[in-house]
Design a protein around this ligand. Structure first.
Ligand code: CP3
Length: 341
């Protein structure tokens, strides 16, 4: 039994004393101890070494006090396992030297054996579960098939992922073959993470909001729905689509336990679109953590009042920024913990 089970209870829609809180990208560059490890080990070494992944995962639990841990890893370990080379370059971010832009390239992408290619993530899950000692739940995650396609085709981060969209719109057959391969891999990967011990999973559709509502259904949502269908009887699934407020109504019918919301969608609108019955997660503007702590606390209380304390998980609307002072992140977490509705 997990001692602090607020997060799991909120996912079930149970009445809670206060909402649980965690932050997307909470195991990241705003933590000085993380930066010390970053100096010594490159990014994918940190991901591939279970001892390091464990150490980084528990950092925010001890130093900031969140109610859930999210495994330190990256969404891009999945395309790596599928035979697509991915590097992480300082100052650039993800870098894929051989982007997938033809049917022939799609044919070379494999649906891998998870234990063989991503066994190190499963080892990290097991080691982290031991280190957490049932204090808080552990979240496992994957990128959405569309978001992974964005990197696989574009070859790097982008303001508009124009090459990824061009590929989908000019070569839809190859695009759908690639999306299905990513989906099949992701389902097997998340199931293996559940078997290894994660208590819930989150699908990050970070670039879903790049698509029009119609294209979103075709190139993103339908594959996320397959993932939810395959996982929902084994574990709670959180679907986070950045910029995807337009799809919330459909997402609420998906079988997901919770939906992530970013800061461009008001709590009232998110509740209205989702019918008021599903747990929502979000949606503090990550840049607002630059405000003075007293102001952060006021805004957090207001955010909880707007979403309501039940069926709600306090979080940011996207990942925490590297330039956030640790004390401001703490003020965010403390404000939720001090909430009395
Ligand atoms: O949330 C957590 O704390 C768990 C760890 C986590 C990381 N990446 C660690 C990481 C998670 C959940 C991710 C997901 C991820 N990775 C997403 C989806 C979430 C989102 O923010 O939209 C995406 C799009 C990626 C791809 C990726 N990986 C990018 C765009 C970058 C940043 C590149 C840069 O330099 O700004 C990464 C690298 C990365 N992944 C870092 C961390 C802590 C920072 C780089 C480093 O530590 O060396």
């Amino acid at each position: 039994m997990i001692k602090n089970d607020l997060f799991l209870r909120a996912l079930k829609g149970e009445t809670v004393e206060r909402p649980p809180v965690w932050m997307m990208r909470q195991a990241g560059r705003y933590l000085p101890d993380f930066m010390k490890l970053k100096e010594k080990y490159d990014f994918f070494t940190r991901c591939r070494t279970p001892e390091l992944a464990t150490e980084i995962t528990v950092m925010p639990i001890h130093q900031v006090g969140t109610d859930a841990a999210i495994l330190f890893s990256d969404i891009l370990v999945v395309p790596q396992a599928m035979n697509i080379e991915v590097q992480m370059k300082d100052g650039i971010g993800p870098w894929l030297p051989n982007p997938v832009r033809t049917q022939t390239a799609v044919d070379q992408v494999i649906v891998p054996n998870i234990e063989e290619t991503l066994g190190y993530v499963l080892d990290a899950v097991k080691m982290t579960k031991e280190a957490l000692n049932d204090e808080v739940p552990l979240i496992g995650f994957a990128g959405s098939p569309w978001t992974i396609l964005c990197y696989a085709v574009q070859g790097q981060g982008s303001k508009n992922f124009d090459k990824a969209k061009e590929f989908c719109f000019t070569n839809p057959v190859a695009a759908h073959t690639l999306l299905q391969k990513i989906t099949d891999t992701t389902i097997a990967y998340l199931k293996a993470k559940v078997a290894a011990g994660v208590d819930a999973v989150q699908v990050f559709d970070s670039w879903g909001g790049m698509l029009s509502p119609v294209d979103y259904q075709e190139f993103s949502w339908k594959y996320i729905q397959q993932i939810i269908d395959a996982l929902k009887d084994e574990t709670p699934v959180i679907a986070f689509g950045k910029g995807c407020w337009f799809a919330l109504q459909e997402m609420a019918k998906s079988g997901a336990s919770a939906l992530g919301v970013d800061w461009t969608c008001s709590a009232r609108n998110a509740r209205y679109l989702t019918g008021g019955n599903i747990t929502l997660q979000g949606n503090f503007d990550p840049s607002r953590l630059l405000s003075p702590p007293a102001e952060i606390k006021k805004m957090v209380t207001q955010m909880i009042n707007e979403f309501g304390k039940d069926r709600y998980i306090a979080n940011l609307g996207h990942g925490i920024l590297p330039n956030i002072p640790v004390d401001n992140a703490k003020a965010f977490v403390e404000a939720v913990k001090e909430y009395r509705g």
